[in-house]
Write a protein of this length. Structure first.
Length: 205
């Protein structure tokens, strides 16, 4: 009986958190960052403010949670995109393009989060976990290419970290994303990666 009660509680808690996440995005879209409040989010989620305070202590906590959920969705999108194709190079293309597409689709929310300086408020362990998972996906893609002989033999971990910084940097240099073409930018970036990964011809003696 206790186990059933715990499962019910966990299910209820997840429902509340899912509703709150959607409500945060809704309130940001309708009212903007400055007018986002705990009470407004509670109303949008159709729950009492007291109930919401049981999970989130203030506006910052709501924004941090929304950011973490967005990054979770991004990782899921990246994973599914990479899994949908076979060759390492195509996986890399799918990974980069899915990343750019996700940011393009959610750019308004990322602007709000950047404005609120939310990234600096996320727990270090959570940030490390997110970055670690993303880099691990790149490690697996690049490692597969090296193993198959498609890519030159190189330090896979360092290359994955370099690619990750380059992907993030590409997004940072397009802060407004108004003229940002996810597909075009992905193709351009992966071409650069391809040159870096290409097997070097042996020099003749």
């Amino acid at each position: 009986m206790k186990q059933i009660s715990q499962k019910k509680q966990a299910f209820t808690e997840q429902l509340v958190r899912d509703s709150v996440y959607e409500a945060v995005l809704q309130v940001l879209s309708e009212y903007g960052l400055e007018k986002l409040t705990v009470h407004r989010v509670a109303a949008a989620a159709a729950i009492g403010a007291g109930t919401l305070y049981n999970y989130f202590k203030d506006k910052d906590a709501l924004l941090v949670y929304a950011a973490i959920r967005l990054f979770d969705q991004l990782r899921q999108r990246q994973s599914e995109a990479a899994a949908s194709v076979s060759s390492p190079l195509k996986k890399l293309q799918a990974f980069v393009e899915s990343t750019f597409m996700f940011f393009d689709e959610n750019v308004a929310y990322f602007r709000f989060l950047d404005q609120a300086q939310v990234y600096g408020k996320i727990d270090r362990a959570d940030k490390h976990d997110h970055v670690g998972h993303v880099i691990q996906m790149l490690v697996e893609i690049i490692g597969q290419g090296v193993k198959n002989g498609d890519f030159q033999v190189l330090n896979v971990e360092k290359t994955a970290n370099f690619f990750h910084r380059t992907i993030v940097g590409t997004l940072w240099v397009n802060p407004e994303l108004d003229l940002f073409d996810p597909h075009k930018e992905a193709v351009s970036l992966v071409k650069m990666f391809e040159v870096f990964l290409a097997k070097k011809p042996h020099k003749k003696e």
